[in-house]
Design a protein around this ligand. Structure first.
Ligand code: 2U9
Length: 356
């Protein structure tokens, strides 16, 4: 504990002759000598700022020892008052100095403690944030789109709510076709449906863009069907090529190119006759796959655009011809990643999605 500059260690003023003075003065002087030094020592013992404040109130507060002694000066004679007052002030300065010294020390210790507790070891290895990635359906879509873009196809998109005409009629799907059954199609208001395939978008492109034309479209489609391999919402990708004198040979060339780019150069393909209302002739493309041991696996449907569909789009089938194809992206992703339940793709379970 240091003594404030100029205050010095307080000493009792000498009364002449020694020991003279009123009993009140003598009692006060004795009390000052007895109580002030222990008060200063007490401050030094305060273990924290809260306790120091308690001690401060005990000494300097309204009912504190020093305040009380100050009040007792009223009982002294006019000559004694300055003597006792000076002594009391000197002691008070010493008390305040002791208090401040302890306060500074406690504050410095608290700061040092918090600096120690909050210190960061910048040499420790960082916590790497887990980065997200694209959904497996998006990854598959982008991969397919890239291959067709490489062959010169442009990407088109269209509405998910369609008129019955664009979704069915214009595509040569007659009113009594099973695909239009209430069980298969989600109907909305005013003869509109949630599109059951992306073909209406192809048709819109065909009506908007003058041939020759090479487009692909990807997107969500909706059918009232739900089990491990069917979802009420799934994803399709379709392609359409319109030009003069387009033949099945062009169709086979483009689709074989796609299959080799997607599954690898040595994959075997075969075209099997099939039926779709919007294409004639129609076919399904199979690949030879390990998934079905030694067997063939269906990958997509395709065919030459039906003359009625060309006519509905305003093109003369005598001048223009074309091929079209369609595939289910979910099915392709499921085969690629070995997913056995289509519902996993839309449940957004991070434990599942993190695997891709
Ligand atoms: C226009 C003309 C013709 C699109 C085609 C298929 C064959 C086909 C299925 C594959 C699996 C749908 O997701 S799936 O269930 N699609 O087999 N789609 S030809 O034909 C068109 C499209 C538009 C104007």
């Amino acid at each position: 504990m240091t003594t404030p500059e100029g205050s010095g260690t307080p000493t009792s003023p000498t009364l002449t002759p020694a020991g003279e003075g009123s009993p009140e003065l003598l009692a006060l002087l004795a009390e000052i000598a007895a109580k002030v030094p222990p008060a200063c020592e007490r401050f030094a013992e305060a273990k924290d700022l809260a306790q120091l404040e308690e001690f401060r109130i005990e000494v300097l507060g309204k009912k504190g020892v020093l305040t009380e002694m100050n009040a007792r000066m009223g009982a002294l004679t006019p000559t004694e008052k300055p003597i006792a007052g000076k002594l009391l002030n000197n002691h008070k300065a010493q008390v305040i100095h002791a208090l401040n010294a302890r306060k500074d020390a406690l504050e410095a210790a608290a700061l040092a403690n918090s600096l120690q507790a909050e210190s960061v070891d910048v040499t420790l290895p960082g916590v790497r944030p887990r980065s997200g990635h694209l959904h497996p359906i998006t990854q598959t879509t982008l991969e397919i789109v890239k291959i067709f873009q490489g062959m010169g196809f442009r990407v088109e998109s269209g509405p998910e709510i369609e008129t019955e005409w664009f979704n069915f009629e214009a595509l040569n799907v007659p009113a009594d076709h099973p695909a239009r059954d209430m069980q298969d199609t989600f109907y909305t208001e005013r003869n509109c449906v949630l599109r059951t395939h992306t073909s209406p978008t192809q048709l819109r492109s065909m009506m908007r863009i003058a041939p020759p034309l090479a487009v692909i479209t990807t997107g969500r489609v909706f059918r009232c069907d739900s089990d491990a391999t069917h979802s009420p919402m799934f994803h399709q990708m379709e392609g359409l090529y319109i030009d003069r004198k387009v033949s099945m040979a062009h169709l086979k060339g483009v689709l074989n190119e796609f299959i080799r780019a997607y599954y690898g150069p040595n994959i075997k393909t075969r075209f099997r006759p099939s039926f779709f209302p919007f294409t004639e002739p129609s076919a399904e493309l199979d690949i030879q796959s390990d998934v079905v041991r030694g067997g063939w696996m269906e990958v997509l449907g395709c065919g030459m655009v039906h003359p009625t569909v060309l006519r509905n789009a305003g093109l003369d089938p005598a001048e223009w011809s074309g091929f079209a194809f369609g595939l289910g992206i979910d099915r392709l992703a499921m085969i690629k990643y070995g997913i056995n339940d289509i519902r996993l793709l839309t449940e957004n379970d991070m434990r599942f999605l993190r695997q891709f």
